[in-house]
Design a protein around this ligand. Structure first.
Ligand SMILES: [Zn+2]
Ligand SMILES: [Zn+2]
Length: 280
């Protein structure tokens, strides 16, 4: 079994309207790409901030600007397709109850939980315009904060899959790196993963980013394996040609870790399936 659960039907750029991308034809392109790559389970997880309902959770300026679509229209559309229904939902500290209410009111197959923004302000680890590194951030402090927020995200129990678990490294060497061993920062997150049982995403998106690595790092993944965590496999595609992107690398990575099964989701119930091999 191969899955691609964390994917988007449109790029993140402005002007990518719902009407243009949430069509049978566009879904067909993703399904075709998945079939070619030997991916049996395909699901879509649109960014929550694209929906008006997200403004009940947070009114970040980037969200206010982008929250134009209707979450229920999205769910309804996806249900007309063979895709599994997911959503990529940011963990918003303090908004746990409102997040739970929003998610529980819809029949998602799975929810991908992510941390992009950290700390008190509007700053994100992966977002130009709201860059946490602007003005010279202290790398050890930023990494500590990122993984503490990721730990809270896992512990919240709101999510089935923990997205791109070490996203803080996205810029690679073009941003400062922490002086301390990163495992110091991974530790609280891995503890929370073990306590909550949330699935850890292995994402090939990092290979398309300046860092040029899978998420998570090998050290993080090894700590997860030791803690008894389970894994979910995704590309975080934003285009049909990114479906199953570099899956040979991800499958090899999992095999080297001794991981033989990956998570499959339906109606927010999880089962494990033997890890397959990519085609081509
Ligand atoms: Zn994300
Ligand atoms: Zn994503």
């Amino acid at each position: 079994m191969l899955t691609d659960y964390h994917l988007h039907l449109r790029p993140d750029e402005d002007g990518t309207t719902f009407e243009r991308y949430f069509t049978e034809e566009n879904v067909g392109r993703y399904l075709e790409a998945a079939a070619t790559a030997g991916i049996e389970e395909l699901g879509v997880s649109e960014h929550v901030y694209r929906f008006r309902q997200a403004l009940d959770l947070w009114r970040h300026p980037h969200w206010v600007e982008n929250a134009v679509d209707d979450l229920d229209a999205y769910c309804e559309f996806v249900r007309t397709t063979p895709l599994r229904l997911g959503v990529e939902c940011d963990y918003v500290p303090g908004a746990e109850e409102r997040t739970a209410a929003m998610l529980e009111a819809r029949d998602f197959d799975y929810v991908v939980g992510s941390v992009h923004f950290i700390g008190e302000g509007d700053a994100a680890v992966d977002h130009e315009g709201f860059d946490v590194w602007e003005g010279g951030g202290d790398a050890d402090e930023i990494w500590r904060r990122y993984f503490e927020t990721l730990a809270s995200c896992a512990r919240s129990g709101l999510f089935d899959i923990l997205a791109h678990p070490d996203l803080v490294k996205v810029w690679g060497r073009s941003r400062p790196l922490p002086e301390r061993d990163p495992r110091t920062y991974y530790e609280p997150a891995v503890e929370a993963i073990a306590a909550s049982g949330v699935a850890v995403e292995v994402s090939t998106a990092g290979l398309r980013k300046p860092v040029g690595e899978l998420y998570p790092s090998r050290a993080f993944a090894e700590m997860c394996v030791e803690a008894g965590a389970v894994f979910a496999l995704s590309s975080d595609a934003h285009l049909p040609e990114q479906v199953g992107y570099a899956y040979d690398r991800a499958v090899e990575f999992l095999a080297e870790l001794g991981v033989e099964e990956i998570c499959v989701f339906s109606e927010r119930r999880r089962s494990l399936s033997p890890l397959g091999s990519p085609v081509g």
